[in-house]
Design a protein around this ligand. Sequence first.
Ligand code: SAM
Length: 215
Amino acid sequence: MSGPDAETKMQFLYHLRARGVTDSKVLAAMEEIDRGPFVRGLFTGRAYEDMPLPIACGQTISQPSVVGIMTQALELTPRDKVLEVGTGSGYQAAVLARLTRRVYTIDRHARLVREAMQLFQDLNLVNITAIVGDGSHGLPEQAPFDRIIVTAAAEDPPGPLLAQLKIGGIMVVPVGQSDTVQTLIRVRRTDAGYDYDELRPVRFVPLLEGLGKDG
Ligand code: SAM
């Protein structure tokens, strides 16, 4: 992380640890990827606070501690091929890209994908591919995936995403109605089927169908 001063950086990492981000590799990746450039306009001064913030298209950049919790729940290895549904600002994808081989990220808003791709290029994150599309269908042309992370809330884990998870793979997805507190679920695909565990309450924007209008 080059942007914030040492005190701000220390506070940022303190809040991550205090809220349950304990994996040293995840903490190192989040220290390295500066959240500043992913926050624009009015809210740039709040980039290092542990809170979600508004971005374009009526969407949000997730709370850093939630990014950390979801990332560590994926139990990434350096060889994984990961799908993220919900590019948003691109911050989560950038953190993932520090920890693994290949990241595909998809968002229904073309503007968000365009802006995220510019940031990935500026940061020389060459192992991320960003795609415009409805991620609830997954990305069949690149499936199967070792890991899938969904950063918008679904009523249930979407069937196509479950199908595109490798055996032995892990998916992390917020599940529940969009206007209530949702539950972060971890799904492990085994030879026998799918095992589910509930991780914690979260609050995300909804996973919507089709492409979004930019603005
Ligand atoms: N991961 C993001 C970040 O690091 O900034 C935050 C994601 S934001 C909370 C949720 C994102 O999911 C929004 O950008 C929204 O456009 C996207 N989204 C919602 N439904 C979607 C769908 N069906 N397919 C792809 N993206 C979707």
